[in-house]
Write a protein that binds this ligand. Structure first.
Ligand code: GLA
Length: 388
């Protein structure tokens, strides 16, 4: 058994065991929803563009059973804390992780799926929190899985992802796009997912057996990510207005080249990133589908340069990690991934050398920066699921 499979099994076993200890009976169900890593296509989702993420083999698990009253009681093993709320309490709180659960319950209610009975359970996960691997989307989609089981609502990944995004935007107050929620809901084992963030159409793209996806956490976190993220969104919207289109998705590279000289420099750079990144995502999906990992790697490298130079969301440690990863003979390409400003890089490497790559790159990074990175060799996993 691989080490990660053992760890995932351990989390699942832990929530079941803890549930039995607390409630004196086995859970009715266990819900699971994965974190994600984005192979290419960052800051494109909120521009109605394209992304190519995969769900990873790290997830949030919730063991639960219904209650007879209208209360939700949840014990978090990771935060070592029991928290609760009444289903009909529509006031937002500041209870940290619980607000993601409350937000999803609220969002389902706005869509006509009001829960009438509460539930109780145990939650735990192995998606590192705050690393940019979407532990919050995983918690949201695991909650949606719980709620749909209790309310007897059909699980429709796209609908649930939209509702989870609504919870994050309107309840938690983070203005994210759709990528994290949709891949956590709709991931497919062994595949990355090309997502059209306007139509929400998806195309599963197999990851060749010869390639491994390695996530390299720089062990840097940056505050104020929200304000920088919102600023980038506003700059993109200004760019779309200037081109007279609903979103930058509607600007192709030729139109951009012909007309962009009239834009102010910052807006021009931001828009150029989005326009070129969308083209790279589509090219990378095709290259991956035909097994051309060298071409995917080159596109990943170009993506990093664009995020660093035009979109200005990288930082020194991410650039260092990416350079060290690329210097390894087994690496096809590497880039920062997710919102940026800190967190993780992702590398596409030869499967047979993934362990050695992970060790060597981690050591080189620690020598260069004095920070100890976490490194995860990830396999692409299925989206949110429910087991008896
Ligand atoms: C965060 C957001 C996503 C997306 C990425 C950048 O992860 O939650 O919606 O915008 O940043 O690609």
């Amino acid at each position: 058994m691989s080490q990660q499979l053992e760890e995932a099994t351990a989390v699942r076993t832990r929530v079941r065991r803890e549930f039995e200890e607390r409630f004196g009976a086995p859970p009715a169900h266990v819900a699971r929803a994965p974190g994600r890593v984005n192979l290419i296509g960052d800051h494109t989702d909120y521009n109605d563009g394209f992304v190519l993420p995969m769900a990873i083999d790290r997830a949030v698990w919730i063991a639960f059973r219904p209650r007879d009253d209208g209360r939700v009681v949840l014990h978090s093993l990771d935060f070592d804390e029991t928290a609760s709320f009444e289903l009909d309490d529509g006031r937002k709180g500041d209870a940290g992780w619980l607000e993601y659960v409350r937000g999803v319950v609220w969002a389902l209610g706005t869509a006509g799926h009001r829960l009438t009975r509460g539930w109780e359970g145990v939650v735990a996960g192995d998606v590192p929190v705050g690393a940019g691997l979407s532990s919050s989307a995983a918690l949201e989609l695991a909650t949606a899985r719980v709620a749909t089981a209790l309310a007897d609502v059909t699980w429709e990944p796209t609908v649930m992802a939209r509702l989870a995004q609504r919870a994050e935007n309107e309840w938690v107050g983070v203005n994210c796009g759709i990528m994290d929620q949709l891949i956590s809901a709709a991931g497919r084992a062994g595949h990355a997912m090309l997502i059209d963030c306007r139509s929400l159409g998806t195309r599963a793209v197999p990851i060749p057996a010869s390639a491994a996806i390695v996530v390299l956490d720089t062990a840097t976190r940056r505050g104020l990510v929200d304000s920088a993220y919102n600023e980038r969104r506003a700059q993109c919207e200004a760019g779309a207005r200037w081109f007279g289109v609903p979103a930058l998705r509607d600007v192709d590279p030729a139109t951009f080249a012909a007309r962009s000289s009239g834009l102010d420099e910052i807006t021009c750079r931001r828009a150029r990133h989005v326009v070129t990144e969308n083209a790279r995502v589509l090219a990378a999906a095709d290259a991956l589908a035909r097994g051309d990992v060298a071409a995917v790697g080159t596109l990943m490298n170009e993506s990093h340069a664009s995020l660093r130079d035009d979109f200005a969301v990288s930082r020194a440690e991410l650039d260092t990690m990416v350079s060290l990863a690329r210097a390894h003979g087994a690496c096809h390409g590497a880039r920062m991934t997710g919102a940026g400003f800190g967190g993780c890089a992702v590398a596409l490497v030869e499967a047979g050398a993934a362990g050695e790559f992970a060790r060597d790159t981690a050591r080189a990074y620690e020598q260069a920066t004095g920070r100890r990175p976490a490194v995860y060799v990830c396999s692409a996993s299925p989206g949110a699921s429910l087991e008896a």
